[in-house]
Design a protein around this ligand. Structure first.
Ligand code: GLY
Length: 561
């Protein structure tokens, strides 16, 4: 096994001291502008409107979340969940709001198996049985009450207005709706809300959602109780059960947002703050970065860089399958998996000349989903939000609950329906992520902050199991000194242990490089479509300048003002 020489390896403690010194030097500085990058122009505009009214980044995050819930039904919604990573400038406090969906209490590990014990994949993707208990409405209330300055009514106003007046269908919407057409057609309330005479509406058609506007109003007026208790809760439970689901009133009444300590670590003098379990994102990113640090990634040749990056991804996703799940139900070895010495140990197992085959022969295919959404916000005080939200598959479970406008998620597919059997992203999971009533399903959503001596970055993206490696590639771009336009637009590749292939955008790797890596034992799967929709904001603390970028693959908007 060949080893590379260490050209630079500062002890971890010296990097931490260096970082603390930088933090002291820049403490108290404020950004020259605020910035918002989101997956839809209406959401970015709504966020800036709230900032102009005197709201802070957390207020803006409520407005952006709610507008995305209206205009991106293929990505997120009141029927879904998400993670909001927060940084409060006044005292440096950081937390992650865990608004992830929970399994209904009646859920059990065999929920999606047939009588022969085989997984019936469609049952956890289409229809009401696929839906977890939503967390977005509770998170909107929690964020407003604990971190915002404005009232929930003010913050939900833009979303209510757009839901009532309608938003215009674009080609992106048409693509997502075409993909999910059969399931939308199968449910009357879904067809009524999202289709036109049962078909995908033409570009420019206005999608009006009066029931959703009423549900937002109930939330604005009654807070948590407006969604999780009383009349609306009864309607949700009746509608879900009529469509074959298992929700109860108790499931809704019991739902709680949990604040969790973010995952933190260092790479090449940068401090990484990212999503904690039940997301696998922060842990996997740090495992990979610790491996790269050990192998002096920046000093390697291009083929070796790509090789070790893929090998690091492979190992992090193997650990994801083995160890990660809801920390309220299973003991997740966070310290171990994020420790530099663990990464160093994994690095020692990498042969620098040969790919390590993943153990199983399983060849699941991974879908090329554009579902889930992300936004990044920085206000003029230096408060930050990175939020990644989801209803899982495009248009979630495809079911709108009649009389509520709420589109159900199909996040239950993120559990391991049967350990070793892949989900819609081709991800295999283990016992730690087995289905249990009240448990949160493992996620890949990775809202992240990165700080180096000069810059603070806020980033994240949708993209199912590929989210983690997209954020990772963004961090590596930043480490090389490039700006947010490069992070959001760079061609992408991905390895997730199983299937044992490098999934790649067509132009991600050159023919020469592919040839070299094939010679080392790697397999490739070029993808038909591009993937991801990264939204990034960066604040240069030395100049005060702020920059923001929205992924050219999507229809989003990044705006500073
Ligand atoms: N449903 C996508 C994720 O949570 O990773």
């Amino acid at each position: 096994m060949t080893r590379v020489m260490r050209s630079f390896k500062a002890p971890l403690w010296s990097l931490i001291i260096l970082f603390c010194c930088y933090s002291q030097v820049w403490a108290g500085q404020k950004p020259a502008q605020a910035a918002i990058a989101s997956a839809h122009p209406l959401a970015t505009q709504a966020g800036h409107e709230i900032l102009r009214k005197g709201g802070n980044a957390f207020d803006a995050a409520v407005a952006v979340t709610a507008v995305l819930a209206v205009v991106e039904p293929y990505s997120s919604g009141l029927g879904g969940g998400g993670f909001w990573l927060l940084h409060r400038a006044s005292d440096g406090f950081q937390t992650m709001l865990d608004g992830r969906e929970r399994a209904p209490l009646a859920a059990h590990r065999d929920l999606y198996l047939d009588e022969q014990g085989e997984v019936v994949a469609q049952k956890s993707i289409d229809g009401a049985l696929a839906a977890g208990i939503p967390g977005v409405p509770a998170a909107l209330v929690h964020l407003t009450e604990n971190y915002g300055k404005l009232s929930l009514t003010e913050l939900l106003q833009p979303a209510m207005a757009i839901a009532a007046k309608g938003f215009a269908v674009d080609e992106y919407y048409r693509r997502m709706a075409s993909w999910r057409l059969p399931v939308l057609q199968a449910h009357e309330a879904s067809a009524q809300q999202f289709l036109l005479q049962g078909e995908v509406p033409p570009a420019g058609h206005l999608i009006k959602q009066p029931d959703l506007a009423d549900t937002l109003k109930a939330l604005a007026e009654r807070g948590i109780d407006g969604f999780y208790r009383g009349e609306l809760a009864q309607r949700l439970v009746d509608g879900v059960r009529a469509a074959g689901g298992i929700w109860t009133l108790q499931d809704l009444a019991d739902y709680r947002v949990v604040e969790r300590r973010p995952i933190t670590g260092h790479y090449q003098g940068m401090r990484i703050t990212s999503a904690a379990p039940p997301s696998s994102g922060g842990i996997a990113i740090l495992t990979i970065l610790n491996i790269l640090q050990e192998l002096n990634y920046p000093d390697l040749s291009e083929p070796q860089r790509t090789h070790v990056l893929v090998e690091a991804m492979r190992r992090a996703y193997r650990d994801r399958a083995e160890y990660l799940g809801d920390p309220d139900f299973v003991q997740v070895p966070v310290e171990k998996l994020t420790h530099p010495l663990y990464g160093a140990g994994l690095a020692r197992g990498i042969d620098l000349q040969r790919a390590t085959p993943s153990q199983s022969q399983h060849q699941a295919t991974s879908t090329e989903g554009q579902d889930t959404t992300h936004f990044s916000i920085l206000d003029r005080q230096g408060n930050r939000v990175a939020a990644t939200l989801s209803i899982n598959y495009p248009f979630g479970a495809g079911v709108v609950v009649p009389g509520t406008g709420v589109l159900l998620n199909d996040e239950m597919d993120d559990f391991s329906a049967s350990p070793g059997v892949p989900n819609v992203y081709g991800l295999v999971g283990g016992e730690a992520n087995a289905i249990e009533g009240g448990k949160r399903m493992l996620s890949s959503m990775t809202p992240t902050f990165v700080e180096d001596a000069q810059r603070i970055a806020i980033l994240g993206t949708p993209g199912g199991s590929r989210i983690i490696t997209m954020v990772l590639l963004g961090i590596l771009e930043m480490a090389e000194g490039r700006g947010p336009q490069a992070w959001v637009s760079r061609p992408r590749f991905h390895h997730q242990y199983l299937p044992d292939v490098i999934q790649m955008e067509a132009d991600a790797l050159s023919e020469t490089l592919i040839g070299q890596l094939t010679g080392m034992g790697h397999n490739f799967k070029p993808l038909k479509n591009r993937y991801g929709n990264m939204q990034a904001v960066v604040w240069d603390k030395s100049s005060g300048q702020v920059d923001a970028a929205s992924d050219p693959r999507g229809v989003g908007m990044a705006k500073t003002e």
